[in-house]
Design a protein around this ligand. Sequence first.
Ligand code: AMP
Length: 186
Amino acid sequence: MRIILMGPPGVGKGTQANRIVDKFGIIHLSTGDILRAEVGGNTDVGKKAKKFMDAGQLVPDELLLNMMENRLQQKDCKKGYLLDGFPRTITQAEGLELILKKINHSINYVISLTADETELVNRLVLRGKESGRSDDTEEVIKERQQVYWELTSPLLEFYRERNLLFEVNGLGTISEITNRILNVLE
Ligand code: AMP
């Protein structure tokens, strides 16, 4: 099973991703987590990505595509994966299609979690206070929301045209949302 999980920042993608991968025995590939690890390790990728991440902007497509082309060919991806936070632009989605074709993989489902924007900003401000994530300040949060609507939301149409898109209401308790997603996947 290969899944793309989409949704605006703060909708709870990470939490739902963890529950879905446990259920299906697939791996969770969060490009945000991968990039934060690169920044933490002060690698070349991390050094290039940091300034974009701190500003709430997208890291350049080429860097993401190279990184994911390598990652998706690793052995642990054979059992299936859930992509969380990637692709985030049309260029990335087109690049991902080429990568998948090359390695003979295809995506089974694109799940889009939907929610009201004000609710999301409130949630993120709270998360920032609790976790100390450096891009969870109100200003950066608003920037990340705007980036989502401008650059990432066109992907909904991209995947709808390919008959892969399933929209799931992202408001409710964690279990309610998980059940809605599982209803699509099972
Ligand atoms: P996330 O944890 O998914 O919210 O990602 C945190 C930050 O990492 C984003 O605000 C971007 O700066 C960067 N990032 C993660 N995934 C991508 C992606 N697919 N394309 C570009 N930048 C990304």
